[in-house]
Design a protein around this ligand. Structure first.
Ligand code: FRU
Length: 500
């Protein structure tokens, strides 16, 4: 056990270049490396952090353990992009090498102030009894991209009433003050969110707990995010410990939001509606947002989950981020759309339109392993219709609309290598009214499916054989017509190749 712990906390500068090179060549030999999703050069990626726009570029950081596909010592890794599509690996942003972050530079966020970017994050430390002690820390990025930590952390203690699970501050500016929501666990082992404030980003004050209507909702809330959109207040968070309820809360941990009135900072109160899951797929956690200069609220999530093994582990890496999505509000609900910038990856286009009468059809030109596919359906009298993709023989991933259940169903039972099957291999979600569009983004080992222009999204990793490239359109129990457009995708520039 001791040895394992030590190994987990090994630092990048404690291993030889040869070991790193051999890990990276193992990673690069993996069949499931992505082509347009941010992924680590080696090791494990988890939460997106510090998403911001600064000096004409988007900056996106992520939690990174470089030395293998485990939740070991975490660094912040830095990527940047002019267009949200082609990313450049900048390198390590925050090293876990101070007294306040010795056991991991954990999740946090970014805000611009006086021409610089302030990164507010949680420093994880462990004492000699391996007890956790979180610190809240600041690192400052200047116009040259140089990142410097403050010498001391800005909050050293967990306030009374909370356990050592107190982390992941998300900061924003409100008038002439800065506020942050931070994930917390009460001493009675229920999850919640607390509020911090600061006049200058250097001196921070614990304001107290944010009063929500979810008093007992899981044992810990990770990665909270507060923002306002279309005059609504939205609190996103990732609660742990919810029990499955029908089609809801099927993954090991959840990620979702509550929406309602704008936050009342004086009363520390949020009046809101029900908790709604942001994604209906198998692999989605710890989403993180920012507002860009165009005024768009953009969201990126971790396309993975804690405590689940993935088939890429044997190749020395795990996980990627989702494509960026733009948020809007419709009828009390967040709508998520892929950012249009992704269209710059489109190459060859094929189109088809046909009627399916209780049959399955393959269409000339419709195949591949990295593409965007928009398929519009009209139901006719079919009981079910949908698409099988990444298919070959019996291997397939299937998205179906089931008109009897009025549900969209994603089935990865036969997708290839198995992932997290103790949590089931099917995800379902009820849709009110017609299901008229499936919009798929397929990469070497993932799919993101936007239903009806972003009413729901299913994000999932899949690990099919390289040969599984067929696309099959089907309708059962009657007829349905469809119109489909597919674009093969270019490999996005930069994001995978450079070594730290
Ligand atoms: C969520 C999380 C955060 C923490 C980070 C550590 O996935 O557990 O709460 O800051 O990951 O990597």
């Amino acid at each position: 056990m001791e040895l394992q712990r030590e190994k987990k906390y090994i630092r990048l500068d404690q291993v030889s270049q040869q070991e790193i090179d051999s890990l990276i060549s193992k990673v690069n030999s993996c069949l499931w490396r992505q082509t347009f999703h941010i992924q680590p050069v080696s090791g494990l990626l988890n939460d997106p952090n510090g998403f911001c726009y600064y000096n004409g570029e988007y900056h996106l950081f992520y939690q990174w353990h470089p030395l293998g596909p485990v939740h070991g010592l975490k660094y912040w890794y830095h990527t940047k992009s002019a267009d949200l599509v082609n990313w450049k690996n900048v390198g390590i942003a925050i090293q876990p090498d101070n007294y306040f972050d010795s056991h991991g530079a954990y999740s946090g966020s970014a805000v611009e102030h006086e021409g610089k970017i302030y990164l507010l994050y949680t420093g994880n430390t462990r004492d000699e009894h391996f007890e956790r002690h979180p610190h809240q820390c600041i690192a400052i990025m200047d116009a040259e991209g140089k990142i410097t930590k403050l010498e001391k952390s800005v909050l050293d203690n967990v306030p009374a009433g909370y356990t050592e699970h107190f982390r992941d501050p998300k900061v924003w500016r409100e008038g002439d003050r800065f506020y942050a929501v931070i994930g917390a666990q009460r001493t009675d082992k229920t999850g919640t969110v607390c509020l911090l404030s600061s006049p200058n980003l250097l001196d921070w004050k614990f304001e107290g707990e944010l009063d929500t209507e979810l008093d007992s909702f899981g044992f810990m809330w990770e990665c909270p995010d507060y923002f306002e959109i279309e005059n609504q207040g939205v609190l996103i968070f990732s609660p742990q410990g919810l029990k499955p309820e029908g089609d809801l809360y099927q993954n090991i941990y959840q990620a979702g939001y509550v929406m309602g009135k704008k936050i009342d900072l004086e009363r520390k109160e949020l009046i809101h509606g029900n908790f709604i899951e942001l994604d209906r797929g198998f692999d989605f956690y710890a989403p993180h947002t920012m507002q860009d200069p165009k005024g768009r609220r953009l969201l990126v999530g971790w396309m993975g989950l804690p405590e689940i093994e993935y088939p890429t582990d044997i190749n020395g890496w795990a996980h990627c981020l989702t494509i960026p999505r733009e948020l809007s509000v419709d009828d009390g609900k967040l709508i998520q759309k892929p950012v249009p910038e992704l269209q710059s990856l489109r190459k060859k286009k094929v189109e088809a339109a046909d009627i399916l009468s209780n049959e399955k059809k393959v269409v000339e030109g419709f195949s591949g392993d990295t593409y965007e596919l928009v398929c519009e359906f009209e139901q006719g009298n079919a009981l079910e219709y949908g698409i099988e993709f990444r298919a070959d023989g019996n291997e397939k991933t299937v998205i179906t609309y089931d008109a009897i259940q009025e549900k969209v169903i994603l089935d990865r039972t036969q997708s290839g290598q198995v992932i997290g099957s103790t949590f089931g291999t099917v995800r379902k979600c009820h849709i009110d009214g017609d299901v008229y569009k499936f919009h798929l983004f397929v990469d070497s080992s993932s799919v993101e499916i936007f239903v009806n222009d972003g009413e729901e999204v299913f994000s999932s990793r899949i690990f099919p054989d390289g040969k599984s490239q067929e696309i099959r359109f089907f309708a059962t129990g009657g007829s349905a017509s469809f119109k489909a457009v597919k674009w093969d995708y270019k490999t996005a520039q930069g994001m995978n190749k450079e070594v730290c």
